[in-house]
Design a protein around this ligand. Structure first.
Ligand SMILES: C[S@@+](CC[C@H](N)C(=O)[O-])C[C@H]1O[C@@H](n2cnc3c(N)ncnc32)[C@H](O)[C@@H]1O
Length: 255
């Protein structure tokens, strides 16, 4: 296993219970947006990549025939299975797997989702090639992930901050990079939209080592006023907040 995947297993293994209740990962509005974008039908066989504690898989379950959620980290899937039992959801199945080597036959799924995880993949081109392989002709890939603006300084700062938050972080990509990577896999791009959330600094520092919390503060102190403005660094009710950039995209395997 690549070092990045070993690091991801360790970090997500230790933080698994946080994701079960994470406000950002359970946000019903964000999940509803993803479902609206996919427009799944009841006959869909769906695959949720890097399913974590299963929030995306559970949100899709009532709209499709079945969902398989795969993830690298056993502790995340243990949390997902507890939630599944508590909610008595029957058409979701979880398996340990690495996105770079999906244990499925070609053309097995009509829909592939992947939320808030692609920035951890050590080889995104290979991950996308695997997604394309297991997707049926005409099937859709829908990805929601952290992103960065098309600006060198902001790109560097956001990627650095997120690395200190989680050392299995590889890269948050710009929308233009996403377009280029999807097209390189022969996928037809339906939509690439960005959105911003103004989030407390604690979303980066909670559960992080004191050394990396210091690095996060030090990096923010070194920002110039233009960068602070672009990142909307501001006190809100005694807490420092800053922008986080995201991308939501949909692509199709030519039919
Ligand atoms: C933030 S969590 C995902 C949250 C989840 N998708 C949701 O919607 O709530 C990121 C997940 O990516 C998984 N992951 C990281 N690298 C992976 C890989 N190479 N293959 C499969 N899963 C991976 C981690 O184990 C972790 O559970």
């Amino acid at each position: 296993m690549h070092n990045t995947e070993t690091a991801a297993r360790k970090i997500f293994g230790a933080r698994a219970s946080k994701y079960t209740t994470s406000a950002s990962h359970t946000d019903p509005q964000a999940l509803a947006q993803l479902i609206a974008l996919c427009a799944p039908d009841a006959s869909c066989e769906a695959l949720d990549i890097a399913t974590g504690t299963g929030h995306t898989a559970f949100a899709f379950a009532p709209h499709v025939r079945s969902v398989i959620g795969i993830d690298l980290t056993p502790e995340m899937l243990a949390e997902a299975r507890h939630l599944q039992a508590a909610r008595a959801i029957a058409n979701v199945d979880f398996r340990i797997a690495d996105v770079h080597q999906l244990p499925f036959r070609d053309a097995s799924f009509d829909l592939i989702t992947c939320r808030r995880a692609a920035h951890h993949f050590s080889d995104l081109a290979r991950a996308l090639a695997e997604m394309r392989r297991v997707l049926c002709a005409g099937g859709r890939i829908v990805i929601d992930d952290r992103s960065v603006p098309e600006d060198d300084a902001l790109d560097a700062v956001m990627n650095e901050l997120d690395y200190y938050h989680d050392e299995s972080h590889v890269r948050e990509y710009r929308p233009s990079e996403w377009r280029q990577m999807l097209q390189a896999q022969g996928l037809e791009v339906d939509q690439i939209e960005t959105y911003i959330k103004h989030r407390p600094l604690t979303s980066l520092t909670d559960g992080v080592s004191p050394e990396n919390v210091r690095k996060i503060h030090h990096r923010l102190e070194r920002l110039n006023s233009e960068q602070k403005k672009a990142m909307n660094l501001a006190m809100v009710a005694d807490q420092l907040y800053l922008n986080h950039w995201y991308v939501m995209l949909a692509a199709r395997k030519p039919g």
